[in-house]
Design a protein around this ligand. Structure first.
Ligand SMILES: [Fe+2]
Length: 179
């Protein structure tokens, strides 16, 4: 299940809110300008289907999101347990950083944690299948999917140069293990 935990940055392990209610998650994130919603397909689609098939299945949702956000492109990435490149990728994802573009991800399958650091609080969003999250540009965050990642996600973007991470140098993610 999707889950949001909010913890003051100076009291790791002592959250002030923990919820698995998608509506409450969306409300709490909306308050910090983070979009969170759940997309459902009538027919479903296999996470191992060709990327074009997955994109076609979610096209109505993608068109609406792109119309509202101005983003122009979407693609599909998959990570499976045993990926030899993953430890190095994880090390990059897990340090606090920002981007110049919104980081928009939709979980077709699997899970991962987006952790946002806003106004002295840590918002740990455990995203699962059917979750859409949009981390606004310049918002401090990190991502972790644990030691054995398993997910298929859509990425929605305008320009891949916006993915460049700008590291804050804050080691906060070590104090807030997510996955
Ligand atoms: Fe990021």
């Amino acid at each position: 299940m999707s889950r949001l935990t909010i913890t003051p940055e100076d009291t790791p392990g002592h959250p002030t809110l923990r919820t698995e209610d998608p509506a409450k998650i969306a409300d709490a994130l909306r308050a910090i300008n983070v979009r969170f919603e759940r997309w459902h397909l009538e027919a479903g689609v296999s996470p191992d289907a060709p990327a074009d098939d997955i994109l076609a299945a979610y096209r109505p949702y993608l068109d609406r999101l792109m119309g509202e956000s101005g983003a122009g492109t979407a693609d599909v990435i998959r990570l499976r347990p045993g990926n030899e490149a993953y430890p190095a990728m994880r090390a990059k994802f897990i340090d606090e950083h920002t981007h110049t573009e919104d980081e928009v991800r939709f979980f077709v399958h699997g899970s991962g944690n987006f952790v946002l650091h806003v106004e002295g609080q840590v918002f740990d969003v455990h995203c699962t299948q059917n979750d859409l999250i949009s981390v606004p540009a310049h918002v401090k965050h990190w991502f972790d999917a644990g030691e054995e990642p398993s997910f298929t996600v859509l990425r929605v973007f305008t320009d891949t140069t916006g993915w460049t991470p700008y590291y804050t140098g804050d080691a906060i993610s070590a104090r807030f293990p997510a996955a």
